[in-house]
Write a protein that binds this ligand. Structure first.
Ligand SMILES: Nc1nc2c(c(=O)[nH]1)N[C@H]1C(S)=C(S)[C@@H](COP(=O)(O)O)O[C@H]1N2
Ligand SMILES: [Mo]
Length: 423
């Protein structure tokens, strides 16, 4: 592939998506060995050890290759005054596609993971209903279920970016509180219909069975729309860390409201003012007032490769790739810039563009060995465009932390080191 064949679509090396086919190998130096049979090209046909004897047989529950063991969640601080509290982050820079494997789904716990025996667990619906109901896990398994792919993102994800710093941050350390899975469960509306919601009920209060008794309030309109009591995650029972045996799943809204280890749904006239909807998750404004609730997560995207702490070895062609999502719809467009936002080109969408789910994008880029600033900018099906960091800071002032969906900038240095920067 010669230089003159590459059609540039924006500044500093972004290349037309039409060049995607047939150029995958040029950036990584495989060109000499891509003849299938290798004929006289010096390819070694020695039979490797693993092909000479049978390996272990089938097993009861799969495990991944030991050569991929480094792909891990990162667990942060362990604070003795906050037993079981904390978060782990998904290794976004090592994943492809849009589905997060269950063992790598991010976690955020306020009092650790309760060891719930489903035989002793109940889900109670009470408050402003015609008849209070209690469901066992077995009861719930008998209901018709629905499945959808949805992202889940903690309101605190990427918040540190609003405070500056993080030059050594990675996609995982800065943005790893987002994951995406196929969730299967019972529409909450089915269970609420059975209990009979009284006309004066305007909110539902959901409470978990963990030692934090974490609770959140949800307006009745959303509760009757797409909220589900999720029992399965990517086809298997919800993981203990994600809320086994059941969690509320509130599509597109801040992660905190998807109450795990769900044990009570109470219909009320007003929001219950739980700790996690009063002392936390409120967006501050420059005049020091704040919005009480910010429910849907913003329109957002992020380049996962190249990204923080990666290094590019040689000048040449790279596939820029990343993820985009919106709490208000599907992703309709992702643009990429290699010159810090001066010029933009449309990335291609790889795979599905589902409602309130991660969407993967990609665009080829020729790195000329000089400095570059890589950015992505998402637009959703409602026309919401991902803002710059300056826009968010101007809107919310300098003590804001939650719901940061600003454009991420990754700088590439002359030596190919990739770092988080503010432009
Ligand atoms: N009962 C209960 N539900 C909870 C939490 C919790 O600590 N206890 N954490 C919340 C927060 S802050 C987030 S971001 C999501 C995280 O879900 P995950 O751990 O499955 O990723 O769960 C929410 N639901
Ligand atoms: Mo969260």
């Amino acid at each position: 592939m010669t230089e003159k064949k590459l059609e540039k679509v924006a500044g500093n090396g972004l290349i037309s998506r039409r060049h995607l086919l047939g150029m995958g190998a040029t950036g990584v130096g495989l060109a000499a060995s891509n003849s299938v049979l290798g004929q006289n090209s010096g390819i070694n046909f020695e039979i490797p050890g693993w092909s000479r004897t049978p390996g272990p047989g089938p097993s009861n529950y799969g495990s991944r290759s030991r050569y991929t063991a480094a792909v891990q969640r990162s667990t942060a601080f362990q604070n003795p005054t906050y037993p079981g509290g904390g978060a782990s982050r998904s290794p976004l820079q090592h994943l492809q596609g849009t589905i997060t494997p269950n063992a790598l789904h991010f976690e955020r716990h306020h009092a650790g993971i309760p060891d719930i025996d489903p035989a002793g667990h109940k889900l109670v619906i009470n408050g402003l209903v015609r008849q209070a109901l209690a469901f066992s896990y077995e009861d719930l398994l008998k209901y018709p279920m629905v499945s959808s792919v949805y992202f889940l993102e903690c309101a605190g994800n990427s918040g540190a970016l609003l405070r500056g710093g993080n030059e050594d941050g990675t996609a995982q350390s800065i943005h790893g509180l987002v994951s995406c899975a196929e969730w299967t469960g019972i529409p909450l509306s089915t269970l609420l219909d059975e209990a009979g919601v009284l006309p004066e009920a305007r909110w539902v209060a959901a409470v978990g069975a963990d030692a934090a008794s974490m609770g959140r309030s949800i307006p009745i309109e959303k509760a009757l729309d797409d909220v589900m009591v999720a029992l399965f995650q990517n086809g298997e029972p919800v993981m203990p860390g994600q809320g086994y045996p059941m969690r509320l799943f509130v599509p597109g809204w801040e992660g905190n409201i998807s109450v795990k280890w769900l044990t009570q749904i109470k219909l009320t006239r007003a929001a219950a003012q739980f700790r996690d909807e009063t002392s936390k998750y409120s967006d501050t404004l420059p005049d020091r007032s704040s919005y009480q609730f910010t429910f849907p997560m913003g329109t957002k995207s992020l380049i996962t490769s190249p990204s923080g702490q990666m290094s590019l070895r040689n000048a040449g062609i790279y596939q820029i790739t990343g993820i985009a999502w919106s709490g208000s719809g599907s992703i309709s467009r992702v643009e990429v810039s290699a010159d810090g936002g001066q010029t933009w080109a449309d990335a291609s969408i790889q795979g599905l563009q589902l409602d309130k789910a991660l969407t993967r994008f990609t665009i080829p880029w020729e790195w000329n060995g000089g400095p570059a600033v890589l950015q992505s900018r998402a637009t959703d099906s409602r026309g919401n465009v991902q803002p710059t960091r300056d826009v968010i800071l101007a809107e919310r002032g300098n003590i804001s932390f939650y719901h940061n969906h600003c454009i991420q900038s990754w700088a590439v240095s002359n030596s190919g080191e990739v770092t988080n920067v503010y432009v």
